[in-house]
Design a protein around this ligand. Structure first.
Ligand code: GLP
Length: 244
């Protein structure tokens, strides 16, 4: 595990995007797993800029979303695919057929998850898997209790995840309660994992994560056993202190 501390989100975005661009320059048909969430927005913004500046083409790149809510169609404002289109895909030259995301309104969600798992097995592993972290330590939508050998599947979302991801909705029963997520074993099969944890509101979980050994109670801890895992954070003081 490597920890990279930066003093600002801008610096983080610069670092992470350079890594993606370098990867494409070395291997134009790279495979990426992309996370959604507020944390990644400045990163995708910078990636669009840098791709333009460096004239890097995403034509051969294959991209997988980590997850999608059940009951949410790809054109809904809550869709993670729509998020990726708005923040990245629509501004780069990636081919539509190389963009993958589970269909949240498939007739049979279990079958859809199985298809996604097969697709990941066929195309994967990722050259770079970009992750964030949930307040309870979830990665993608692998909530606490997820087995380390889990694969893409339908999962129940915890109340804390639903509350955090839909702060504007007061009634919990109006938020999606399930999702299709890539599993922990598919994340761990990635050649390289970059996890970004930024902002004051992530201090508690960052601290817990750094102080906890591998446990399914805090799914992100599994990443510590990956041979090529980097934690990228702007929590300089905290991380320095904890590492001392
Ligand atoms: C969602 C996604 C996760 C992401 C998390 C954190 O729950 N499924 O992949 O890591 O949000 O999001 P944010 O960056 O907004 O804190």
């Amino acid at each position: 595990m490597q920890i990279k501390n930066f003093s600002s989100i801008t610096e983080i975005a610069e670092y992470v995007t350079k890594e993606f661009i370098n990867q494409i320059q070395q291997k134009p048909n790279s495979i990426f797993y992309f996370a959604t969430g507020q944390t990644q927005i400045p990163i995708y913004q910078k990636l669009v800029e840098l791709a333009k500046e460096s004239e890097t083409s995403f034509k051969e790149v294959t991209a997988f979303n980590l997850d999608e809510y059940l009951g949410v169609s790809h054109d809904s404002p809550n869709s993670f695919l729509l998020y990726m289109r708005q923040h990245l895909y629509d501004s780069i030259d990636i081919r539509d057929e190389n963009i993958h995301c589970p269909n949240g309104v498939a007739d049979d969600a279990t079958e859809e998850a199985k298809k996604y798992k097969e697709l990941l097995t066929k195309a994967g592993p990722a050259d770079i898997c970009l992750l964030g972290i949930g307040p309870n330590g979830h990665i993608a939508f692998n909530e606490p209790g997820s087995f380390f050998d889990s694969t893409a599947r339908v999962v129940d979302l915890t109340d804390i995840t639903r509350q955090t991801n839909f702060p504007e909705i007061r009634k919990l029963n109006q938020t999606p309660n399930q999702a299709i997520t890539i599993g922990i074993s598919e994340i761990m099969a990635s050649k390289r994992i970059v996890q970004t944890i930024t902002g004051e509101h992530k201090l508690d979980i960052l601290k817990k994560f750094l102080n906890t050994n591998l446990t399914t109670d805090l799914p992100a801890t599994v990443l510590k056993s990956h041979p090529n895992y980097e934690l990228v954070t702007d929590q300089k003081t905290l991380a320095d202190q904890l590492l001392r």
